[in-house]
Design a protein around this ligand. Structure first.
Ligand code: NDP
Length: 482
Protein backbone atom coordinates (compact mmCIF):
# COMPACT_ATOMS: atom_id res chain seq x y z
CA UNK A 1 0.00 0.00 0.00
CA UNK A 2 1.18 3.51 -0.74
CA UNK A 3 2.18 5.85 2.03
CA UNK A 4 -1.04 4.93 3.44
CA UNK A 5 -2.18 4.23 6.88
CA UNK A 6 -5.27 3.69 8.65
CA UNK A 7 -7.39 5.81 6.42
CA UNK A 8 -9.34 8.72 7.58
CA UNK A 9 -12.12 7.89 5.29
CA UNK A 10 -14.36 10.16 3.43
CA UNK A 11 -17.33 8.16 4.54
CA UNK A 12 -17.80 6.59 7.93
CA UNK A 13 -15.15 3.92 8.07
CA UNK A 14 -11.69 3.64 9.60
CA UNK A 15 -9.49 0.98 8.08
CA UNK A 16 -6.71 -0.57 10.13
CA UNK A 17 -3.67 -1.28 7.97
CA UNK A 18 -1.01 -3.77 9.07
CA UNK A 19 2.23 -1.75 8.87
CA UNK A 20 4.28 -4.95 8.48
CA UNK A 21 2.93 -5.60 4.99
CA UNK A 22 0.32 -2.97 4.09
CA UNK A 23 -2.59 -5.43 4.23
CA UNK A 24 -6.02 -4.44 5.52
CA UNK A 25 -6.69 -5.88 8.97
CA UNK A 26 -10.24 -4.71 9.56
CA UNK A 27 -12.53 -1.72 9.25
CA UNK A 28 -14.58 -0.09 11.98
CA UNK A 29 -17.33 2.44 11.79
CA UNK A 30 -16.26 5.97 12.73
CA UNK A 31 -18.44 7.79 15.23
CA UNK A 32 -19.64 11.06 13.77
CA UNK A 33 -19.43 14.26 15.81
CA UNK A 34 -23.23 14.55 15.72
CA UNK A 35 -23.50 11.19 17.51
CA UNK A 36 -21.47 12.27 20.54
CA UNK A 37 -24.55 13.75 22.26
CA UNK A 38 -26.23 10.36 22.32
CA UNK A 39 -23.05 8.62 23.57
CA UNK A 40 -22.69 11.08 26.46
CA UNK A 41 -26.37 10.78 27.29
CA UNK A 42 -26.10 6.98 27.47
CA UNK A 43 -23.04 7.33 29.70
CA UNK A 44 -24.91 9.59 32.12
CA UNK A 45 -27.87 7.26 32.09
CA UNK A 46 -25.58 4.32 32.94
CA UNK A 47 -23.85 6.37 35.63
CA UNK A 48 -27.15 7.33 37.28
CA UNK A 49 -29.04 4.06 36.89
CA UNK A 50 -26.63 1.14 36.77
CA UNK A 51 -25.72 1.19 40.45
CA UNK A 52 -22.01 0.78 39.54
CA UNK A 53 -20.92 3.92 41.40
CA UNK A 54 -22.66 2.70 44.56
CA UNK A 55 -21.58 -0.92 44.27
CA UNK A 56 -19.69 -2.27 47.27
CA UNK A 57 -15.93 -2.06 46.63
CA UNK A 58 -15.47 -5.82 47.01
CA UNK A 59 -18.13 -6.47 44.35
CA UNK A 60 -16.64 -3.87 42.01
CA UNK A 61 -13.27 -5.52 42.57
CA UNK A 62 -14.83 -8.87 41.70
CA UNK A 63 -15.88 -7.59 38.27
CA UNK A 64 -12.46 -6.05 37.69
CA UNK A 65 -10.68 -9.28 38.62
CA UNK A 66 -12.94 -11.06 36.14
CA UNK A 67 -11.93 -8.52 33.42
CA UNK A 68 -8.28 -9.32 34.18
CA UNK A 69 -8.94 -13.06 34.03
CA UNK A 70 -10.69 -12.76 30.67
CA UNK A 71 -7.95 -10.57 29.23
CA UNK A 72 -5.42 -13.26 30.09
CA UNK A 73 -7.69 -16.02 28.76
CA UNK A 74 -7.79 -14.16 25.41
CA UNK A 75 -4.18 -12.98 25.55
CA UNK A 76 -2.87 -14.63 22.39
CA UNK A 77 -5.73 -13.45 20.19
CA UNK A 78 -5.59 -9.90 21.57
CA UNK A 79 -1.80 -9.77 21.21
CA UNK A 80 -2.00 -10.88 17.57
CA UNK A 81 -4.71 -8.32 16.88
CA UNK A 82 -2.64 -5.55 18.42
CA UNK A 83 0.43 -6.70 16.48
CA UNK A 84 -1.52 -6.40 13.22
CA UNK A 85 -3.10 -3.11 14.24
CA UNK A 86 0.16 -1.29 15.02
CA UNK A 87 3.09 -3.56 14.08
CA UNK A 88 4.58 -4.08 17.55
CA UNK A 89 6.55 -7.32 17.99
CA UNK A 90 4.30 -10.11 19.22
CA UNK A 91 6.24 -10.62 22.45
CA UNK A 92 5.74 -6.93 23.31
CA UNK A 93 2.05 -7.18 22.48
CA UNK A 94 1.71 -10.13 24.85
CA UNK A 95 3.35 -7.94 27.49
CA UNK A 96 0.81 -5.18 26.76
CA UNK A 97 -2.09 -7.57 27.41
CA UNK A 98 -0.41 -8.68 30.65
CA UNK A 99 -0.05 -5.02 31.64
CA UNK A 100 -3.72 -4.34 30.82
CA UNK A 101 -4.81 -7.27 33.01
CA UNK A 102 -2.38 -6.06 35.69
CA UNK A 103 -4.04 -2.62 35.70
CA UNK A 104 -7.48 -4.14 36.33
CA UNK A 105 -6.09 -6.40 39.06
CA UNK A 106 -4.21 -3.53 40.70
CA UNK A 107 -7.17 -1.13 40.79
CA UNK A 108 -9.41 -3.94 42.03
CA UNK A 109 -7.00 -4.14 44.96
CA UNK A 110 -6.86 -0.37 45.37
CA UNK A 111 -10.63 0.10 45.43
CA UNK A 112 -11.03 -2.63 48.06
CA UNK A 113 -8.33 -1.29 50.33
CA UNK A 114 -8.34 2.45 49.71
CA UNK A 115 -9.07 4.49 52.81
CA UNK A 116 -10.05 8.13 53.11
CA UNK A 117 -9.20 10.42 56.01
CA UNK A 118 -10.81 11.35 59.29
CA UNK A 119 -9.72 15.00 59.58
CA UNK A 120 -8.93 16.82 62.87
CA UNK A 121 -12.07 18.70 64.00
CA UNK A 122 -12.13 22.31 65.26
CA UNK A 123 -15.53 22.15 66.80
CA UNK A 124 -18.33 19.90 67.89
CA UNK A 125 -18.31 17.56 64.94
CA UNK A 126 -16.60 14.62 63.28
CA UNK A 127 -15.16 15.38 59.84
CA UNK A 128 -13.87 13.06 57.17
CA UNK A 129 -13.41 12.80 53.45
CA UNK A 130 -15.05 10.60 50.85
CA UNK A 131 -14.26 10.17 47.16
CA UNK A 132 -16.95 10.88 44.58
CA UNK A 133 -16.75 10.03 40.89
CA UNK A 134 -16.91 12.82 38.31
CA UNK A 135 -19.76 11.07 36.52
CA UNK A 136 -18.73 10.85 32.87
CA UNK A 137 -15.01 10.76 32.05
CA UNK A 138 -13.44 10.84 28.56
CA UNK A 139 -10.25 8.85 27.94
CA UNK A 140 -8.30 9.58 24.75
CA UNK A 141 -5.36 7.36 23.79
CA UNK A 142 -2.56 7.20 21.19
CA UNK A 143 -1.57 4.39 18.82
CA UNK A 144 1.66 3.11 20.29
CA UNK A 145 0.46 0.77 23.06
CA UNK A 146 -3.32 0.61 22.73
CA UNK A 147 -4.61 -2.03 25.10
CA UNK A 148 -2.17 -1.14 27.86
CA UNK A 149 -2.70 2.61 27.67
CA UNK A 150 -6.43 2.12 27.47
CA UNK A 151 -6.64 -0.23 30.45
CA UNK A 152 -4.45 2.10 32.53
CA UNK A 153 -7.09 4.80 32.13
CA UNK A 154 -10.26 2.72 32.08
CA UNK A 155 -9.45 0.56 35.15
CA UNK A 156 -8.93 3.41 37.67
CA UNK A 157 -11.73 5.52 36.16
CA UNK A 158 -14.19 2.63 36.52
CA UNK A 159 -12.86 1.73 39.97
CA UNK A 160 -13.64 5.30 41.07
CA UNK A 161 -17.24 4.75 39.92
CA UNK A 162 -17.35 6.76 36.69
CA UNK A 163 -18.88 5.97 33.33
CA UNK A 164 -16.07 6.10 30.76
CA UNK A 165 -16.05 7.07 27.10
CA UNK A 166 -12.87 5.82 25.46
CA UNK A 167 -11.60 7.20 22.16
CA UNK A 168 -8.66 5.23 20.73
CA UNK A 169 -6.43 6.60 17.99
CA UNK A 170 -7.82 6.39 14.49
CA UNK A 171 -4.59 4.54 13.60
CA UNK A 172 -5.33 1.68 16.02
CA UNK A 173 -9.07 1.28 16.43
CA UNK A 174 -9.26 -2.48 17.04
CA UNK A 175 -8.37 -3.12 20.69
CA UNK A 176 -10.68 -0.68 22.46
CA UNK A 177 -13.89 -2.46 21.34
CA UNK A 178 -12.37 -5.76 22.53
CA UNK A 179 -11.71 -4.24 25.95
CA UNK A 180 -15.29 -2.93 26.13
CA UNK A 181 -16.70 -6.35 25.15
CA UNK A 182 -14.59 -8.11 27.78
CA UNK A 183 -15.68 -5.63 30.47
CA UNK A 184 -19.33 -6.21 29.57
CA UNK A 185 -18.92 -10.00 29.61
CA UNK A 186 -17.19 -9.73 32.99
CA UNK A 187 -20.24 -8.02 34.49
CA UNK A 188 -19.72 -4.29 33.95
CA UNK A 189 -23.14 -2.65 33.40
CA UNK A 190 -24.05 -1.75 29.84
CA UNK A 191 -22.81 1.66 28.65
CA UNK A 192 -20.60 2.11 31.71
CA UNK A 193 -17.76 1.88 29.18
CA UNK A 194 -18.42 3.07 25.63
CA UNK A 195 -16.11 3.43 22.66
CA UNK A 196 -16.04 6.39 20.31
CA UNK A 197 -14.12 5.78 17.10
CA UNK A 198 -12.99 8.39 14.61
CA UNK A 199 -10.49 11.11 14.03
CA UNK A 200 -9.12 13.38 16.72
CA UNK A 201 -10.26 16.51 14.93
CA UNK A 202 -13.82 15.28 14.65
CA UNK A 203 -14.93 12.82 17.30
CA UNK A 204 -12.07 13.56 19.73
CA UNK A 205 -12.63 17.32 19.66
CA UNK A 206 -16.42 16.85 19.93
CA UNK A 207 -15.96 14.71 23.01
CA UNK A 208 -13.60 17.20 24.64
CA UNK A 209 -16.02 20.06 23.96
CA UNK A 210 -19.11 18.23 25.19
CA UNK A 211 -20.62 19.83 28.31
CA UNK A 212 -21.57 16.38 29.65
CA UNK A 213 -17.94 15.28 29.94
CA UNK A 214 -16.65 16.19 33.42
CA UNK A 215 -13.02 15.09 33.25
CA UNK A 216 -10.56 14.24 30.47
CA UNK A 217 -7.67 11.82 30.65
CA UNK A 218 -5.42 12.16 27.62
CA UNK A 219 -2.25 10.45 26.41
CA UNK A 220 -0.69 11.70 23.21
CA UNK A 221 1.40 14.43 21.66
CA UNK A 222 2.19 17.72 23.40
CA UNK A 223 0.46 19.91 20.79
CA UNK A 224 -2.76 17.91 21.05
CA UNK A 225 -2.46 18.01 24.84
CA UNK A 226 -2.28 21.81 24.72
CA UNK A 227 -5.38 22.01 22.52
CA UNK A 228 -7.28 19.73 24.89
CA UNK A 229 -6.11 21.68 27.95
CA UNK A 230 -7.29 24.93 26.32
CA UNK A 231 -10.73 23.46 25.62
CA UNK A 232 -10.97 21.95 29.10
CA UNK A 233 -9.77 25.20 30.69
CA UNK A 234 -12.61 27.05 29.01
CA UNK A 235 -15.04 24.63 30.61
CA UNK A 236 -13.16 24.46 33.93
CA UNK A 237 -12.89 20.70 33.95
CA UNK A 238 -9.80 18.81 35.10
CA UNK A 239 -7.47 17.07 32.68
CA UNK A 240 -4.73 14.51 33.16
CA UNK A 241 -2.18 14.89 30.36
CA UNK A 242 0.47 12.27 29.59
CA UNK A 243 2.45 13.81 26.75
CA UNK A 244 5.62 13.38 24.75
CA UNK A 245 9.25 13.02 25.80
CA UNK A 246 12.83 13.59 24.70
CA UNK A 247 14.39 11.60 27.48
CA UNK A 248 18.13 11.82 28.22
CA UNK A 249 20.19 8.74 28.91
CA UNK A 250 23.38 9.73 30.76
CA UNK A 251 26.50 7.51 30.93
CA UNK A 252 29.36 8.40 33.30
CA UNK A 253 32.87 6.98 32.86
CA UNK A 254 32.63 4.94 36.07
CA UNK A 255 29.52 3.02 34.90
CA UNK A 256 29.34 -0.65 33.97
CA UNK A 257 29.69 0.23 30.29
CA UNK A 258 28.60 -3.13 28.93
CA UNK A 259 25.30 -2.89 30.79
CA UNK A 260 24.92 0.78 29.93
CA UNK A 261 25.43 0.19 26.19
CA UNK A 262 22.85 -2.63 26.16
CA UNK A 263 20.30 -0.51 28.04
CA UNK A 264 20.84 2.57 25.89
CA UNK A 265 20.23 0.48 22.74
CA UNK A 266 17.12 -1.23 24.06
CA UNK A 267 15.89 2.05 25.60
CA UNK A 268 15.68 3.68 22.17
CA UNK A 269 15.30 0.82 19.68
CA UNK A 270 12.70 -1.19 21.67
CA UNK A 271 9.19 -0.66 20.25
CA UNK A 272 11.02 0.93 17.28
CA UNK A 273 11.44 4.02 19.44
CA UNK A 274 7.67 4.57 19.55
CA UNK A 275 7.61 4.91 23.27
CA UNK A 276 6.99 8.13 25.16
CA UNK A 277 9.91 7.24 27.47
CA UNK A 278 12.34 6.22 24.71
CA UNK A 279 15.84 7.35 25.70
CA UNK A 280 16.33 9.38 22.53
CA UNK A 281 19.26 11.60 23.65
CA UNK A 282 22.46 9.91 24.82
CA UNK A 283 24.98 11.94 26.84
CA UNK A 284 28.36 10.28 27.39
CA UNK A 285 31.24 11.52 29.58
CA UNK A 286 34.10 12.62 27.29
CA UNK A 287 36.68 10.05 28.43
CA UNK A 288 34.48 7.07 27.39
CA UNK A 289 32.53 8.78 24.60
CA UNK A 290 34.04 6.88 21.65
CA UNK A 291 33.82 3.49 23.37
CA UNK A 292 30.16 3.89 24.35
CA UNK A 293 29.02 5.43 21.09
CA UNK A 294 30.72 2.73 19.02
CA UNK A 295 29.17 0.05 21.25
CA UNK A 296 25.67 1.47 20.77
CA UNK A 297 26.19 1.95 17.01
CA UNK A 298 27.34 -1.66 16.69
CA UNK A 299 24.20 -2.85 18.45
CA UNK A 300 22.09 -0.69 16.12
CA UNK A 301 23.76 -2.19 13.07
CA UNK A 302 23.32 -5.74 14.33
CA UNK A 303 19.73 -5.38 15.58
CA UNK A 304 17.38 -7.68 13.72
CA UNK A 305 14.84 -5.58 11.85
CA UNK A 306 12.05 -7.98 11.01
CA UNK A 307 8.35 -8.67 10.86
CA UNK A 308 6.65 -8.43 14.27
CA UNK A 309 5.80 -12.14 14.30
CA UNK A 310 9.41 -13.19 13.61
CA UNK A 311 10.46 -14.83 16.91
CA UNK A 312 13.91 -13.21 16.66
CA UNK A 313 12.66 -9.69 15.84
CA UNK A 314 14.35 -6.86 17.75
CA UNK A 315 13.03 -3.88 15.77
CA UNK A 316 9.66 -4.18 14.03
CA UNK A 317 7.98 -1.78 11.62
CA UNK A 318 6.74 1.64 12.67
CA UNK A 319 3.03 1.86 13.40
CA UNK A 320 2.02 3.37 10.07
CA UNK A 321 3.46 4.37 6.73
CA UNK A 322 2.60 7.98 7.43
CA UNK A 323 4.59 7.88 10.66
CA UNK A 324 7.58 6.13 9.03
CA UNK A 325 7.69 8.88 6.42
CA UNK A 326 7.66 11.50 9.18
CA UNK A 327 10.67 9.82 10.82
CA UNK A 328 12.49 9.74 7.47
CA UNK A 329 11.83 13.43 7.01
CA UNK A 330 13.01 14.30 10.53
CA UNK A 331 16.32 12.50 10.01
CA UNK A 332 16.91 14.05 6.58
CA UNK A 333 16.44 17.51 8.06
CA UNK A 334 18.75 16.63 10.96
CA UNK A 335 21.46 15.57 8.60
CA UNK A 336 21.17 18.83 6.70
CA UNK A 337 22.01 20.58 10.00
CA UNK A 338 25.33 18.72 10.08
CA UNK A 339 24.62 15.38 11.78
CA UNK A 340 26.88 12.42 11.12
CA UNK A 341 25.22 8.99 10.79
CA UNK A 342 26.97 6.21 12.71
CA UNK A 343 24.29 3.59 12.03
CA UNK A 344 21.08 3.39 10.00
CA UNK A 345 19.76 6.68 8.69
CA UNK A 346 17.31 5.23 6.16
CA UNK A 347 14.57 2.68 5.58
CA UNK A 348 16.13 -0.76 5.07
CA UNK A 349 16.41 -2.01 1.50
CA UNK A 350 15.45 -5.45 0.27
CA UNK A 351 12.35 -7.42 -0.62
CA UNK A 352 11.23 -8.38 2.86
CA UNK A 353 10.98 -4.72 3.83
CA UNK A 354 9.44 -3.38 0.65
CA UNK A 355 5.82 -3.76 1.76
CA UNK A 356 6.26 -2.60 5.36
CA UNK A 357 6.78 0.66 7.26
CA UNK A 358 10.31 -0.17 8.43
CA UNK A 359 13.11 2.15 9.52
CA UNK A 360 16.66 1.18 10.51
CA UNK A 361 17.90 1.73 14.05
CA UNK A 362 19.79 4.98 13.69
CA UNK A 363 22.59 6.68 15.65
CA UNK A 364 23.59 10.26 14.86
CA UNK A 365 26.37 12.40 16.36
CA UNK A 366 27.84 15.80 15.63
CA UNK A 367 24.74 17.91 16.30
CA UNK A 368 24.56 20.70 18.85
CA UNK A 369 22.09 20.34 21.74
CA UNK A 370 19.79 22.92 20.14
CA UNK A 371 19.45 21.10 16.81
CA UNK A 372 15.88 20.02 15.98
CA UNK A 373 16.80 16.33 16.22
CA UNK A 374 18.02 16.96 19.77
CA UNK A 375 14.95 18.94 20.77
CA UNK A 376 11.87 17.43 19.10
CA UNK A 377 10.33 14.07 19.78
CA UNK A 378 10.82 11.82 16.73
CA UNK A 379 9.02 8.75 18.11
CA UNK A 380 11.17 6.44 16.02
CA UNK A 381 14.38 4.35 16.44
CA UNK A 382 16.63 7.39 16.24
CA UNK A 383 19.28 8.22 18.85
CA UNK A 384 21.31 11.44 18.98
CA UNK A 385 24.56 11.32 20.94
CA UNK A 386 26.41 14.18 22.63
CA UNK A 387 29.52 14.30 24.85
CA UNK A 388 29.63 16.02 28.26
CA UNK A 389 32.47 17.31 30.45
CA UNK A 390 31.18 17.08 34.00
CA UNK A 391 28.05 16.96 36.15
CA UNK A 392 27.14 20.62 35.70
CA UNK A 393 27.52 20.33 31.94
CA UNK A 394 25.30 17.25 31.63
CA UNK A 395 22.62 18.67 33.92
CA UNK A 396 22.43 21.81 31.77
CA UNK A 397 22.37 19.86 28.50
CA UNK A 398 19.93 17.17 29.64
CA UNK A 399 17.50 19.74 31.06
CA UNK A 400 17.81 21.85 27.93
CA UNK A 401 14.55 20.80 26.27
CA UNK A 402 10.93 21.66 26.92
CA UNK A 403 10.17 18.00 27.75
CA UNK A 404 10.61 16.20 31.06
CA UNK A 405 9.19 12.71 31.00
CA UNK A 406 12.00 10.33 32.00
CA UNK A 407 15.76 9.86 32.17
CA UNK A 408 18.42 7.18 32.69
CA UNK A 409 21.66 7.55 34.68
CA UNK A 410 24.57 5.10 34.58
CA UNK A 411 27.20 5.42 37.34
CA UNK A 412 28.62 3.24 40.09
CA UNK A 413 28.52 6.19 42.51
CA UNK A 414 25.24 6.26 44.41
CA UNK A 415 25.95 9.80 45.63
CA UNK A 416 26.33 11.04 42.08
CA UNK A 417 23.22 9.09 41.01
CA UNK A 418 21.29 10.84 43.77
CA UNK A 419 22.60 14.30 42.81
CA UNK A 420 21.92 13.89 39.11
CA UNK A 421 18.61 12.11 39.65
CA UNK A 422 17.36 15.00 41.80
CA UNK A 423 18.67 17.64 39.39
CA UNK A 424 17.17 16.26 36.18
CA UNK A 425 13.70 17.55 35.30
CA UNK A 426 11.85 14.29 34.69
CA UNK A 427 8.89 12.40 36.13
CA UNK A 428 10.71 9.02 36.15
CA UNK A 429 14.41 8.48 36.86
CA UNK A 430 16.07 5.13 36.14
CA UNK A 431 19.45 4.52 37.77
CA UNK A 432 21.51 1.67 36.29
CA UNK A 433 18.40 0.40 34.53
CA UNK A 434 15.95 1.79 31.98
CA UNK A 435 12.25 1.69 31.03
CA UNK A 436 11.20 -0.27 34.09
CA UNK A 437 7.53 0.21 34.72
CA UNK A 438 5.20 -0.75 37.51
CA UNK A 439 1.49 -0.06 37.80
CA UNK A 440 2.11 0.80 41.46
CA UNK A 441 4.59 3.63 40.68
CA UNK A 442 3.15 7.04 39.72
CA UNK A 443 3.89 8.01 36.12
CA UNK A 444 3.80 11.40 34.39
CA UNK A 445 5.83 14.28 33.13
CA UNK A 446 7.51 17.52 34.15
CA UNK A 447 7.31 20.62 31.90
CA UNK A 448 5.73 19.99 28.48
CA UNK A 449 5.55 16.25 29.13
CA UNK A 450 2.31 16.56 31.01
CA UNK A 451 0.20 17.32 34.04
CA UNK A 452 -0.90 14.78 36.64
CA UNK A 453 0.26 11.29 37.56
CA UNK A 454 -1.33 8.06 36.36
CA UNK A 455 -0.83 4.67 38.04
CA UNK A 456 -0.27 4.04 41.72
CA UNK A 457 -2.85 4.66 44.42
CA UNK A 458 -3.09 8.31 43.38
CA UNK A 459 -4.11 7.07 39.92
CA UNK A 460 -7.49 6.29 41.48
CA UNK A 461 -7.79 9.77 42.99
CA UNK A 462 -7.18 11.27 39.55
CA UNK A 463 -10.65 10.07 38.59
CA UNK A 464 -12.41 11.15 41.79
CA UNK A 465 -13.34 14.33 43.59
CA UNK A 466 -12.66 14.69 47.28
CA UNK A 467 -15.67 15.64 49.37
CA UNK A 468 -15.41 16.74 53.01
CA UNK A 469 -18.27 15.67 55.30
CA UNK A 470 -19.08 16.99 58.78
CA UNK A 471 -21.31 15.24 61.31
CA UNK A 472 -22.51 17.54 64.08
CA UNK A 473 -22.28 16.28 67.67
CA UNK A 474 -23.94 19.30 69.33
CA UNK A 475 -25.66 18.84 72.64
CA UNK A 476 -26.88 22.47 72.64
CA UNK A 477 -28.76 24.34 69.85
CA UNK A 478 -26.23 25.25 67.17
CA UNK A 479 -25.16 28.84 66.78
CA UNK A 480 -22.55 30.23 64.37
CA UNK A 481 -19.29 31.31 65.96
CA UNK A 482 -19.66 29.22 69.12
P1 NDP B 1 -1.84 12.55 19.09
O1 NDP B 1 -1.72 13.62 20.08
O2 NDP B 1 -1.85 12.88 17.66
O3 NDP B 1 -3.17 11.70 19.33
C1 NDP B 1 -3.50 11.11 20.57
C2 NDP B 1 -5.00 10.91 20.63
O4 NDP B 1 -5.67 12.17 20.60
C3 NDP B 1 -5.55 10.13 19.43
O5 NDP B 1 -6.65 9.35 19.86
C4 NDP B 1 -6.02 11.26 18.53
O6 NDP B 1 -6.98 10.85 17.60
C5 NDP B 1 -6.61 12.22 19.54
N1 NDP B 1 -6.73 13.61 19.09
C6 NDP B 1 -6.02 14.26 18.14
N2 NDP B 1 -6.42 15.55 18.04
C7 NDP B 1 -7.41 15.71 18.96
C8 NDP B 1 -8.22 16.82 19.35
N3 NDP B 1 -8.11 18.02 18.80
N4 NDP B 1 -9.14 16.62 20.33
C9 NDP B 1 -9.27 15.42 20.93
N5 NDP B 1 -8.54 14.33 20.59
C10 NDP B 1 -7.60 14.47 19.63
O7 NDP B 1 -0.68 11.53 19.45
P2 NDP B 1 -0.29 10.22 18.69
O8 NDP B 1 -1.47 9.32 18.54
O9 NDP B 1 0.46 10.63 17.48
O10 NDP B 1 0.64 9.51 19.77
C11 NDP B 1 1.97 9.77 19.89
C12 NDP B 1 2.24 10.73 21.02
O11 NDP B 1 1.76 10.20 22.25
C13 NDP B 1 3.71 10.93 21.23
O12 NDP B 1 4.00 12.30 21.34
C14 NDP B 1 4.01 10.24 22.54
O13 NDP B 1 5.08 10.73 23.24
C15 NDP B 1 2.74 10.38 23.27
N6 NDP B 1 2.63 9.33 24.27
C16 NDP B 1 2.76 9.69 25.59
C17 NDP B 1 2.73 8.74 26.58
C18 NDP B 1 2.82 9.14 28.02
O14 NDP B 1 2.36 8.38 28.86
N7 NDP B 1 3.36 10.28 28.37
C19 NDP B 1 2.54 7.31 26.27
C20 NDP B 1 2.41 7.06 24.87
C21 NDP B 1 2.46 8.05 23.91
P3 NDP B 1 -6.50 10.43 16.12
O15 NDP B 1 -5.36 9.50 16.26
O16 NDP B 1 -7.70 9.76 15.60
O17 NDP B 1 -6.13 11.69 15.44
Amino acid sequence: MAAGLTTKSDSEELVSINPADGSVVAAVRATQAREIDAVVERAWSAYRRSGWAQLRPDRKAGVMHEVARRLIAEKERLAILQMRDNGKPLAECRGMVDAAAGAFRYYAGVIETHETEVTPPRGDYVSFTVLEPFGVVAAITPWNSPIMNEAQKVAPALAAGNAVILKPSEETPLLAPELARICLEAGLPEDQLQIVQGTGEESGAALVAHPGVRMISFTGGTDTGRAIARAAGGRLIPTALELGGKSPHVVFADADLEHAIAAVASGIFGSSGQSCVAGSRLFVEESVYRQVVEGVAERAQKARVAAPDDPAVEVGPLASFRHRDKVLQHVREGLRQGGNVLAGGAAPGGDIYAQGAYYQPTVIEGLGPDARLCQEEIFGPVLVVLPFRDEADVIAQANGTSMGLACGIWTESFKRAWRIGRALEAGSVWINTYKQSSISSPFGGFKDSGIGREKGVDGLRLYAQVKSMYFGLHTQPFSIGK
